[in-house]
Design a protein around this ligand. Structure first.
Ligand code: GCU
Length: 615
């Protein structure tokens, strides 16, 4: 009898462990911008360490934790005879957030390790509270240490992460925070060795300390349920760390006079269902955001959330039941005037402001998750967003480890932005070469995106498989069978043919789905004016866009939009024409100085026409 009882207890324990691990989607703390944080932005001291001396000894063995020559340990000599051959000094500082490449000439092409160090004082407002250090993004690998102890490691250049600071480690004065940042490229990483963008390295987004109660609301997903019904059902979940089963959480939407109680399960998770008949839907014309307050016994977080429905019906994309045409533009997370990663509110205002000047209702944030300020600003401006992970070109599709890395970056992208109404499409990659193993890899990523977030559409930027049938160009990539929107990149008149080629070109897909052009474009050097037949001139790019626009007017009925390549010129190590490129890809409609090129007005004219047609 006793054996049976023990066995049942053992089974129950197993179930509890499984529920706990499977229920908590990740350790990422949601909604940092609206929590009690202390910014660690500013000047950090650094050491360039191209030989990894701070990490390996002279026999190239990883240094022991207490090794005084490890760069995560203090650089202060114990006495006058204590030989220190590393040190952090105000002579050597970098701005955080910021890539290192744009901060000094010696860093422009640097690929390797830079050790960052920041000292800070901190006293918790309540000794029972927890303290985390949060990084908006570090490119590419971050090893984080505090007061000589490793807090954790993160890989992935564009997604946030946080590590808890154990109370035993925290000092009131002079905490020694060290981050080893390594931006080297590898064949088995995401992205892989070659990309058509600059390999910016560094702590490229905000860093903050986040103090939360011991029992805190760590994560939540609050969106309009699918399929959208007239009842405006809001659905989702709330996760509370260290909560006991049946503890209460409240979701309040004051403007709708809603304040509903839910209880968490043993894993600290509460399923949320709220009927909101009076809800005003988020739309392009009226990007309505509601203050949503989520509270538990010891914690309360708030943020503005929009509620809208996005779906595919046949060959159309519907926003709140109304057919959409996406007047998009692709954007890199870069400020052309300074040749640097974008990471401030001013940067987000500039890039999305330019997109609105162009007449866009949508932006493709290529080729990786951008700073969170971009998606939050898109929410308030009423811009639709395509958000993407950098599964780009020739990823190692044969490796399960590489799939796990891609899946982690996909989960982190969705986890951070799952409450952003502006995001309508999760993209799992760009221009990946067709093969059976690749299609399987990408199909599984699409399934993961749908599992993590059933409320949005999924896609990927495909390539065109040209056929010669009467100038008919088919998009028949096998991955098209698994996406909601068949999206493809075409450069007819730049990569192949001339702009005249557009006059006889026809496009189509056998998939009975919406068709979207995720890229098209041609280069032009801002301010270089010549005959339209002169490649690299603004007039050539203008001609290219005129021919493209005429061709777009002949697209099949399932054509639902376009996001030309690209809003602004950007750095690329692959662009080495010594006269017309010099390390820049100049397909921007805005040039290095932030000036509009002639082609800008061609696309704007087309979008203004469409805006009237789709009013
Ligand atoms: C590709 C790719 C972009 C690249 C562009 C170009 O389609 O997706 O990342 O910059 O073409 O060649 O300019």
């Amino acid at each position: 009898m006793m054996q049976k009882l023990h066995f049942k207890c053992f089974l129950l324990l197993l179930v509890l462990i499984f529920v706990k691990t499977s229920a908590i989607s990740s350790d990422l703390i949601t909604n940092i911008p609206n929590r009690k944080t202390t910014s660690l932005n500013g000047k950090w001291q650094y050491i360039i360490d191209i030989y990894e001396t701070g990490f390996y000894d002279y026999r190239y063995r990883e240094r022991a934790e207490k090794d005084p020559e490890a760069y995560w340990n203090t650089d202060v000599p114990a006495n006058s005879l204590d030989r220190k051959e590393h040190g952090y000094n105000d002579k050597y500082t970098l701005n955080v957030p910021g890539d290192w490449n744009s901060q000094a000439d010696k860093f422009l092409y640097y690929e390797g390790t830079v050790w960052y160090k920041k000292s800070f004082d901190y006293k918790k407002s309540d000794t029972n509270n927890k303290l985390y250090v949060y990084f908006g993004a570090v490119s590419y690998r971050a090893d984080v240490y505090l007061n000589g102890k490793k807090l954790g490691m993160h890989k992935g250049a564009f997604s946030p992460f946080n590590f808890e600071i154990p109370s035993s480690l925290l000092k009131e004065k002079d905490n020694f925070l060290v981050v080893k940042v390594d931006n080297r490229r590898y064949a088995d990483e995401i992205p892989t060795l070659n990309t058509d963008w600059w390999n910016y390295g560094g702590i490229i987004r905000d860093v903050s300390l986040v103090e939360v109660p011991n029992q805190f609301i760590s994560n939540y997903f609050i969106q309009l349920a699918k399929p959208h019904t007239k009842s405006n059902l809001i659905e989702g979940w709330v996760e509370v760390k260290n909560a006991k089963a049946n503890e209460e959480v409240y979701v309040e939407i004051p403007e709708l006079k809603i304040n509903q109680k839910f209880t968490v399960n043993a894993a600290g998770r509460a399923e949320v269902k709220i009927n909101a008949p009076k809800l005003k839907l988020w739309s392009l014309e009226n990007p309505k955001l509601y203050q949503v307050n989520i509270s538990s016994k010891a914690d309360k977080v708030s943020e503005k959330i929009g509620f809208r429905n996005i779906e595919v019906q046949g060959e159309k994309v519907l926003l709140n039941g109304k057919s959409l045409f996406l007047r998009g533009i692709s954007i890199h997370s870069e400020i052309p005037q300074e040749g640097r990663r974008a990471n401030t509110q001013k940067d987000a205002n500039q890039l999305l402001g330019w997109a609105r000047e162009l007449g866009c209702n949508m932006v493709r944030l290529a080729h990786y998750p951008h700073d969170e300020k971009m998606t939050r600003l898109a929410d308030s401006l009423g811009l639709l967003v395509w958000s993407e992970i950098p599964v780009y070109w020739t990823i190692d599709f044969t490796s399960d480890k590489v799939f796990e890395k891609a899946k982690t970056q996909l989960d982190e992208m969705i986890d951070r932005d799952k409450n952003r109404a502006s995001i309508i499409i999760w993209s799992v990659g760009n221009e990946t070469p067709v093969s059976e193993v690749r299609t399987n890899f990408m199909k599984n990523l699409l399934a993961e995106a749908r599992k993590q977030d059933p409320t949005r559409l999924v896609s990927a930027a495909l390539e065109v498989n040209y056929h010669s049938e009467e100038n008919m160009r088919w998009i028949d990539d096998p991955l098209g069978a698994y996406v909601d929107i068949v999206s493809f990149n075409q450069y007819l008149g730049w990569y192949g043919g001339t702009p005249e080629s557009c006059r006889t070109a026809n496009w189509g897909t056998h998939y009975k789905k919406p068709l979207f052009i995720s890229e098209t474009g041609a280069e032009a050097v801002g301010g270089f004016n010549a005959d339209a037949k002169q490649l690299w001139s603004e007039e050539f790019q203008e001609w290219y866009y005129k021919e493209q626009v005429d061709m777009l007017k002949r697209m099949p009925s399932n054509f639902i939009g376009i996001s030309p390549w690209i809003l602004a010129d950007f750095r690329s190590p692959r662009r080495n024409n010594p006269v017309y490129q010099e390390g820049w890809n100049n397909k921007g409609l805005y040039d290095h100085q932030g000036r509009k090129k002639k082609a800008f007005y061609v696309l704007k004219g087309y979008y203004d026409e469409l805006a009237k047609k789709y009013k």
